[in-house]
Design a protein around this ligand. Structure first.
Ligand SMILES: N=CN[C@@H](CCC(=O)O)C(=O)O
Ligand SMILES: [Zn+2]
Length: 411
């Protein structure tokens, strides 16, 4: 197995509290062996290796873990975006425009579009990607989306409960989603999501989706509290969902429930019981002109936070985690260290990938992601900057200089 030394790292962010709590290492080095990190420490103590890469005093951090995207789609929604920027409000019904385009697309077109989006994400430093179905909304179209996604990404989530498709009866559609559709899609996915919102699925319907998913042995996630106050966050906690995502509108009871779900959990060991991750989606909040989720307050309340791109053609047509991190710092009140941690380790926890031994959609057992520590998957990015601070200090600049995923240089 070939070993690679990444040497002369000016600033190394590991997310490994055993190395330095909430901190960054200076004059550091990393050794990669095969797909995993083998050693992390001071450059002066680095062991001999087969190959060497000089980081030139620049910053290295874990690859981004994008725990929330909707990348299996066709078409775009430029006209809807223009109307929104002219004053229209976002409504769930726009999803049906993408459903029509996606159903009409060939497998090859969907696969190529997904590959294009993943390539964009990799160039921006993303090494782990979750994506959802949800633009098919028939049994065949949802299975097709899940199958195509499972050939490309690290985690696939079933989102048949995205919106009731045009022309369908809501009760009959819920029966379909929680019955034959779930059964047909289950072999291709690791989790089930539901859009719990006015215009999508109400509390009763959301409970049914979460109950049937749980009965099928699948993890759950919830799109909640995006367009207004609602039961999404409370239901996610009640059903032990891995994450609840969006969260622009939270009540004190929502904060209490999310924080309570984490009491007694230590991120370092990953010990149970684990709680429900609050996933904020800054690019989506901006693109829909919705209030920014209260990320600062969630962290202060003791909730584990993730930052994701929510890349999709309706509400957030970007896979840029760098942009999301910069927004979280500049507009949501996070420190750069907190934002980077939420966009790496936070996403990994939201996906259940922060510990060794998770299984990818192709059935391959994988090492932990979201940290740079001995034994973790060697997913890391080199910045064209001396410090992660530059991600927010120089917003919008293409700072990703090199990316390794599972020990292989991918950019
Ligand atoms: N909120 C629900 N689903 C997506 C939007 C999908 C769309 O508008 O196409 C989201 O996360 O924002
Ligand atoms: Zn979403």
């Amino acid at each position: 197995m070939t070993s690679l030394l990444i040497d002369n790292i000016g600033e190394l962010t590991t997310n490994d509290d055993g190395v330095e709590v909430g901190g960054r290492l200076h004059n550091a080095a990393i050794v990669i062996e095969g797909e995993r990190v083998a050693w992390v420490g001071a450059a002066a103590n680095a062991p001999a290796t087969d190959e060497q890469f000089d980081a030139g005093g620049r910053a290295v951090l874990p690859g981004w873990v994008d725990s929330h995207t909707h990348m299996v789609f066709a078409g775009d929604r430029t006209a809807e975006f223009e109307a929104r920027m002219a004053g229209e409000t976002y409504a769930a019904g726009g999803i049906n425009v993408t459903v029509d385009a996606t159903r009409a697309a060939t497998d090859t077109a969907l696969s190529e579009n997904l590959a294009r989006l993943i390539a964009e994400a990799r160039r921006g430093g993303t090494t782990t990607i979750e994506t959802k179905t949800g633009y098919g909304l028939t049994v065949d179209d949802e299975v097709r989306a899940a199958r195509i996604a499972s050939e490309h990404v690290d985690a696939v989530t079933f989102l048949g409960a995205h919106v009731v498709p045009r022309g369908s009866d809501p009760t009959a559609y819920l029966d379909l989603v929680t019955g034959p559709m779930l059964a047909a899609v289950a072999p291709h996915v690791s989790a089930v999501d539901v859009f719990c919102e006015t215009g999508a699925f109400d509390e009763v319907a959301t409970r049914r989706v979460l109950e049937t998913a749980r009965a099928a042995g699948l993890a759950t996630r919830v799109h909640g509290n995006q367009l207004g106050h609602g039961p999404g966050a409370l239901l996610a906690v009640e059903y032990g969902s891995l994450s609840v995502d969006h969260l622009g509108f939270l009540s004190p009871a929502d904060f209490d429930a999310l924080a309570g779900s984490w009491s007694g959990w230590e991120a370092r060991s990953g010990s149970s019981p684990r709680g429900t991750v609050a996933t904020v989606l800054p690019a989506c909040d901006l693109s829909t002109r919705m209030p920014l989720a209260p990320a600062r307050e969630l962290l202060d309340a003791g909730v584990v936070l993730a930052i994701a791109s929510n890349c999709n053609p309706g509400t957030s047509y970007t896979s840029s985690m760098g942009f999301s991190v910069a927004t979280a710092v500049l507009q949501m009140g996070l420190t750069i260290t907190e934002a980077v941690r939420a966009a790496t380790l936070g996403g990994a926890i939201a996906l259940g990938m922060h510990m060794d031994g998770w299984i990818d959609p192709r059935g391959i057992t994988q090492a932990a992601v979201g940290r740079i520590a001995p034994g973790s998957r060697a997913d890391l990015q080199l910045l064209e900057a001396p410090s992660i601070t530059h991600l927010a200090y120089r917003p919008g600049m293409p700072l990703t200089s090199a990316v390794w995923r599972a020990g292989t240089r991918v950019m």
